[in-house]
Design a protein. Structure first.
Lengths: 256, 474
């Protein structure tokens, strides 16, 4: 446990990556998706990871999400060194500490929205009786109570992403990781989704890490912009626009 | 993940690709059905054989004879009992002694004699045998026309089909006999027969008290006095008997030339004191009017206990005879038959299990993304593995249940078919097929276990799937 993060006071650093590397082989070539990254994210912060495709931003997100393991270096989330967790513990971490949304929504096509939202609670072995009302509540929060028994294919992209958000939050994680959450949405529904993400960040105090290649989007919502290229950190700046933007655009989509 | 959730998700996933999973399940069903069909044929044949043979009284019966029996001349005596000279007499007291041995169901004297029966004033000479009440369950009597003796003392007879033909003046045909027993029985049932027989009667020189006679039995010393008292007279008697049943099958088919064609209730036969062939032989020893039996049949509760009972009776000083070894090799034969039938049946199930592996491996490819999603939102390797196991298990149980039903139906169909054939051949119907409950349970459990084993590899593969790769896969 000789990681530097241990010295950081609890609560101030939600994510602490040090000399983080993720290399893999593709045929003969060695791909350095993440290459010696140092990064700190404070609890409750809204951070955007920016970069062109292939810059390694999604790889960083997967490492923070515990979906992937670093080749070397460490990533510590809320005092947990993810590299040292077993596969089982890592699954538990993903289940309880992380909520994820993806560009392609990733809802399970054969399940209704309610069932999709309920699924993480099944894995978490939440009591059967409680699950139904919790799923209903979560869907109501994103304005989908009327669509509960529809399958994802019957819904618009925006609705699907809202359901995905409801699913990401159902086990009350501290961390929300979003991988191009508006990439498949038009700008209006994208705004809707982003307002919700910001609301979760501000009202629930969730730490949000969002991967995007749209600088404009990042500037509108994130408090901090981190730029990546070739798996390395090339820029880290506080965003002055976001604070004012939050007040300009009321989050009317959250509670219609 | 908990079992109800697991089952629910598994069933939902199975319904998603209904056709493929149904076909796989049908594969298992066919496998189970063939296994059930093969095994129930084996069990059915075994039951048929043992039903036939056990009811013949050969396999659960020990025949006890006196060591002095002529039959045993030249036989090497076993040293387990008293020397031949000290051999005891088979009489009522020994019968009771044998009957009180553990695991003995009953012991009854074999009473059989040749005598004349008059029917409509025509004499017929035949072998008559006495039957205990328990013979009712012999399948020869279960399927006969009319009914079994109303009581053990009733003046009633059951006659064998061949004798019925003789009484009616029909010439028995050789070979396959297609005469309908019902038509033979109709004119005979309720009719009277007159039996003429030789009764052994205590001679006036001795007391006819049975008790006294029994007491004398125990002191077999060949004193002059006892020799003198060992006299009795033989009196010709008549007894009216009512025909109550005509049996199609021969309950004594195994007895060969000494088999009887007319049967009397045992107690009635005993009370008649019919002169027995052994009476002449035993007169020098029995020394009384108390009958000495030529042999006693001992029925045991379970054929597996025959050996112990035989040993116990030998120790008492008698000779015993049973066809124990024949049953042994019969059981061995059926064990081997069952094994072979089981192996052939299992082959189909083995093919079906490859079907399960194939279906689940296909499902992994198809649901790669879904597995990735589940892992991303927090499913552990164990959850994914269990889910695939549950799917394999559900297919197994369902296939097992359908398979057992299918196997049972095949069995019924074959039973029906063979019985139609047997009927055409004028043979009585038989059950070749037996699906015992344990086989139903075992087949379903077996299908379940085989399915889980088939799920082992696919489930492991699904569990190891890398979520990052799986999510990238479109």
């Amino acid at each position: 446990m000789g990681t530097p993060c241990k010295s950081t006071p609890n609560g101030s650093a939600a994510i602490h990556a040090e000399q983080l590397c993720r290399h893999y082989h593709m045929g003969e070539a060695l791909i350095r998706a993440v290459d010696g990254l140092n990064l700190q994210v404070r609890a409750g912060e809204f951070v955007a990871l920016l970069g062109s495709s292939g810059s390694g931003k999604s790889s960083v997100l997967n490492l923070i999400a515990g979906l992937d393991r670093p080749t070397s270096g460490s990533v510590v989330v809320h005092d947990r060194d993810l590299a040292k967790l077993s596969r089982e513990e890592l699954a538990g971490y993903r289940l309880r500490n992380v909520g994820m949304v993806f560009q392609s929504f990733n809802l399970i096509a054969s399940m209704t929205l309610a069932e999709n939202v309920e699924l993480p609670m099944r894995f978490a072995e939440v009591e059967r009786g409680k699950r139904d009302s919790l799923a209903r509540e979560a869907l109501a929060r994103v304005g989908l109570q009327a669509r509960m028994n529809h399958r994802p294919s019957e819904l618009s992209g925006g609705e699907q992403q809202r359901a995905a958000l409801a699913r990401a939050l159902i086990n009350r994680p501290q961390l929300l990781l979003a991988d191009e959450p508006t990439g498949n949405l038009d700008s209006r529904t994208g705004t809707e989704i982003m307002n919700m993400v910001r609301e979760f960040n501000q009202q629930l105090g969730m730490t949000v890490v969002m991967v995007t290649h749209e600088r404009e989007l990042a500037e509108r919502y994130a408090q901090r912009l981190i730029f990546l290229a070739d798996g390395k950190l090339v820029g880290d700046e506080a965003n002055s626009v976001a604070a004012s933007a939050a007040r300009i655009e009321p989050s009317e989509a959250v509670r219609p | 993940m908990k079992l109800p959730d697991l089952t629910e998700l598994a069933v939902r996933n199975l319904r998603e690709s209904l056709l493929r999973n149904s076909l796989t399940t049908v594969g298992i069903s066919v496998g189970v059905a063939s296994l059930v069909a093969m095994l129930s044929l084996g069990i059915g044949l075994q039951e048929l054989a043992s039903r036939r043979l056990m009811k013949s009284g050969l396999f659960d019966t020990v025949v006890v004879t006196s060591r002095r029996d002529l039959r045993n001349f030249g036989h090497e005596e076993e040293r387990s009992g008293p020397a031949p000279g000290e051999s005891r007499i088979l009489d009522e007291s020994t019968r009771q002694e044998i009957e009180h041995l553990p695991n003995v169901m009953e012991a009854y004297p074999d009473i059989r004699f040749i005598t004349e029966l008059r029917f409509e004033d025509k004499p017929h000479l035949t072998m008559i045998s006495a039957l205990p009440d328990s013979a009712k369950s012999n399948d020869a009597f279960e399927q006969m026309q009319g009914h079994f003796f109303s009581s053990d003392m009733a003046a009633e007879v059951v006659i064998q089909k061949a004798f019925a033909e003789e009484l009616l003046g029909k010439t028995p045909k050789s070979g396959l006999d297609e005469t309908n027993v019902a038509s033979l029985a109709a004119p005979l049932l309720g009719k009277e027969l007159v039996m003429r027989y030789a009764q052994r009667e205590a001679s006036p020189a001795t007391s006819s008290s049975a008790a006294k006679g029994a007491a004398k039995d125990t002191s077999v010393a060949s004193s002059d006095q006892n020799l003198a008292s060992a006299a009795y007279s033989v009196v010709s008697r008549e007894q009216k008997l009512k025909i109550v049943g005509v049996a199609d099958l021969d309950p004594e088919s195994m007895r060969g030339p000494t088999r009887a064609r007319v049967f009397l209730p045992l107690k009635l036969a005993e009370s008649l004191h019919v002169m027995q062939p052994t009476d002449l032989r035993e007169i020098t020893r029995a020394a009384s009017d108390q009958p000495a039996y030529s042999s006693i049949s001992v029925r045991v509760k379970n054929p597996s206990q025959i050996r112990e009972i035989e040993d116990a009776i030998k120790k008492m000083g008698f000779n015993t005879f049973s066809i124990l070894d024949a049953t042994r090799s019969l059981q061995q034969f059926f064990a081997v038959l069952d094994l072979f039938l089981g192996i052939f049946g299992s082959l189909a199930l083995a093919v079906a299990s490859i079907g399960i592996v194939n279906t689940l491996v296909m499902a992994i490819l198809e649901r790669r993304r879904e597995i990735g999603i589940m892992k991303a939102i927090g499913a552990s390797d164990g959850d994914v593995k269990k889910l695939f196991f549950a799917e394999a298990g559900a297919m197994g149980i369902l296939g097992g249940i359908v398979g057992v039903a299918l196997g049972w139906a095949i069995g019924q169909a074959i039973n029906l078919g063979t019985n139609i054939y047997l009927k055409r051949q004028a043979l009585p119907p038989e059950h070749f097929w037996a699906v015992p409950w344990w086989l139903v349970g075992a087949a379903i459990v077996f299908a379940f276990v085989v399915s889980l084993l088939s799920g082992l590899y696919p489930a492991g593969r699904a569990a190891r799937l890398d979520p990052v790769q799986a999510l990238r896969y479109e």
